[in-house]
Ligand binder design. Structure first.
Ligand code: OGA
Ligand code: MN
Length: 284
């Protein structure tokens, strides 16, 4: 197995491993170590069946069945579909997924450990995905600000992030029930590496616990801007049959509309279950 770095900030391509076949424990350990070291891994040019995508993902933990039935495949419920194609005669609810910086599941009580996105169809140009290194975002803050942030919790509310025009009404009602606001630490200690990372996301993180949104906004906005500086970023240009796996505990990602959206883009994602983190917001 060879590891080829993709960018200064993070990212590595894994070469010399055939992931269509069962892997031995040593290989799985080596891939996991490379993942924890590089945050985002690329495995390129391997034609995976849905079974193989799911089976490879399972080496890294239990898989989520996406709680929202609208965007998962009926035949493979572990597969979440991200596409701008028409699904069941309607424009897909996921056609604008990821248009602002986020970490998958940051608004959940058990935020997702990782995501493994496989490209089936990509537009001729663009349709990139960008990643930012949230360890770097934290480590490059002043020591005093890090001390302050270490003490803070924040309120994450998925409903705040919704682009309501994208999503059908019944789907939206279901989402509100599935994802009530949670209280999470602003700085997360990574359960495997022990490193601290900044763990907030624009649109989802609405305020610090114990402060109003107006009081929180200036510092939050500073953090959102700081977290996506060019030097923390890896920008992925997709090829068909790329498997890209990222660690949601120490990265954010973004899918800009940098392509002709009349061209089909079709991706499927498995999601690795994480560990419990925060608590539900008590509303008095
Ligand atoms: C995701 C996501 C971005 C993309 O699958 O979680 O944000 O580029 N996708 O499709
Ligand atoms: Mn995402």
């Amino acid at each position: 197995m060879q590891i080829r770095k993709l960018a200064y900030a993070m990212g590595a391509e894994i070469l010399g491993v055939d992931i269509t076949r069962p892997l031995d424990a040593e290989t799985i350990r080596a891939i996991r170590t490379a993942w924890m070291d590089n945050l985002v891994l690329l495995i390129r040019g391997q034609v995976l069946t849905r079974e193989q995508h799911v089976a490879f993902s399972r080496y890294f933990g239990d898989l989520e069945i996406h709680p929202n039935r609208y965007n998962r495949r009926a035949d493979y419920p572990e597969l979440y579909v991200v596409t701008n194609k028409v699904v069941d005669g309607k424009p897909s609810d996921t056609r604008n997924v990821g248009r602002s910086w986020h970490s998958d599941g940051i608004y959940r009580l058990k935020p997702y450990l990782g995501s493994l996105l496989y490209s089936h169809e990509i537009p001729p140009v663009g349709g990139n995905t960008l990643f930012t290194n949230m360890y770097m975002a934290y480590e490059t803050l002043s020591p005093k600000l890090r001390d302050i942030l270490d003490q803070l919790s924040c309120i994450n509310d998925r409903s705040a992030a919704e682009n309501h025009s994208n999503v059908s009404a019944d789907h939206l009602a279901e989402r509100f029930k599935l994802t009530p606001p949670v209280v999470n630490p602003v700085v997360r200690v990574h359960p495997e590496t022990g490193r601290k990372s900044l763990y907030v996301a624009p649109n989802v993180t609405i305020c610090f616990e114990g402060m109003t949104p107006a009081e929180s906004r200036p510092l939050l906005q500073f953090l959102f801007d700081h977290a996506v500086k060019q030097e923390f970023i890896y920008r992925h240009t997709w090829q068909v049959h790329d498997l890209l796996m990222w660690d949601n505990r120490c990265t954010m990602h973004l899918a800009p509309p940098d392509f002709d959206t009349s061209q089909p883009r079709y991706m499927e994602r498995t999601t690795v279950t994480g560990t419990p983190l925060g608590r539900l917001l008590e509303v008095s």
